[in-house]
Design a protein around this ligand. Structure first.
Ligand code: C2E
Ligand code: MG
Ligand code: MG
Ligand code: MG
Length: 286
């Protein structure tokens, strides 16, 4: 690793070399600090969830939310899951953290349910969590503890979770027996094809935001989106587009048969209280 850094730096010249090493050092310090404080953070409730609304694109009504975890680090401030989830995976701390996330999401949805708000709650699951032998039991516990109708609870898994397709398919079948909904997240960025997925009892396919972003400017991305929608329909998947940032993108999706989505154009991830306000406003306003 040091050799590679040296080589790259030499190519860039001497000043850059120092800069490069320095930056890399800072990044390693930060990673080390996160690794060292993660366990303590789980035990001391430094995490919280935000919820991003998911909408029916034609009517712009919210039908669900995706729970997204954040870490409020006492020294480093708010840290993105893109930074700490991989660290939690390496140390297997994702398993207890994942349990906390499931319980928190379940508890929130129960609160909404009791207040008469019916909204689907989707929770992200990473590979290590999925491999945990007690994973299905955790999901079962959350459903019973909060008495949630399982159709209001969903899991988002990425294609990488399904590297061992035989093993995964057994777990997915067990989860389906509980009645929860399964989505494939970030579809199009991995290596699996829709025909492989069609052998699994999957409910939703989420089109990755990178294709959604380019759908109105890059003809290749546009035809890719069209193909995913077309094939998804034939294979009986529901489609959801992620990362919708512009009106044109929403229009493109609707025109091509994708009727559900989420993105900054509609709403960023919000606190539970903010989501509740949106849901109440919608119900009273229309
Ligand atoms: P993801 O599941 O694909 O979530 C979508 C990400 O896109 C979220 O980033 C969301 O805030 C962001 N996003 C939403 N709308 C837009 C948009 O219009 N434009 C753009 N550019 N981005 C948008 P976030 O919250 O930083 O999460 C990143 C990833 O971290 C997630 O990707 C997921 O893989 C992982 N993650 C987040 N929460 C959890 C969790 O509770 N458990 C696990 N295992 N992974 C999680
Ligand atoms: Mg997701
Ligand atoms: Mg995604
Ligand atoms: Mg993603």
């Amino acid at each position: 690793k040091a050799d590679t850094a040296m080589y790259l730096a030499k190519k860039r010249g001497k000043n850059n070399y120092q800069f490069y090493i320095h930056e890399q050092g800072d990044m390693l310090d930060r990673k080390f600090k996160l690794e060292q404080t993660l366990k303590h953070a789980i035990e001391h409730d430094e995490f919280y969830l935000e919820y991003q609304p998911k909408l029916e694109l034609k009517t712009e009504t919210i039908y669900g939310v995706e729970a997204l975890v954040r870490w409020k680090h006492p020294e480093l401030g708010i840290i993105s899951p893109m930074e700490f989830i991989p660290i939690a995976e390496e140390s297997s701390l994702i398993v207890p953290l994942g349990r906390w996330i499931f319980h928190e999401a379940g508890k929130q949805n129960k609160k909404w349910h009791d207040a008469g708000i019916r909204v689907k709650m989707a929770v992200n699951v990473s590979a290590k969590q999925f491999e945990d032998p007690q994973f299905v039991e955790t999901v079962h516990q959350v459903l019973t503890e909060y008495q949630l109708p399982p159709r209001y609870f969903g899991l988002e898994i990425t294609e990488s979770v399904m590297q061992n397709i035989n093993q995964s398919s057994i777990i997915i079948q067990d989860l389906k027996k509980l009645g929860v909904k399964i989505s494939i997240d970030d579809f199009g960025t991995g290596y699996s094809s829709l025909s492989v997925l069609s052998k699994l009892p999957i409910d939703y396919v989420k089109i990755d935001k990178s294709f959604v972003h380019e759908s109105t400017t890059n003809p290749n991305a546009a035809s890719l989106v069209k193909t995913i929608v077309e094939m998804g329909k034939n294979l009986n998947f529901e489609l959801i587009a992620e990362g919708i940032e512009k009106q044109e993108q929403a229009e493109f999706l609707i025109q091509n048969g994708c009727y559900r989505g989420q993105g900054y154009f509609y709403s960023p991830p919000l606190s539970a209280a903010e989501v509740e306000k949106l849901l109440n406003k919608k119900q009273k306003g229309s």
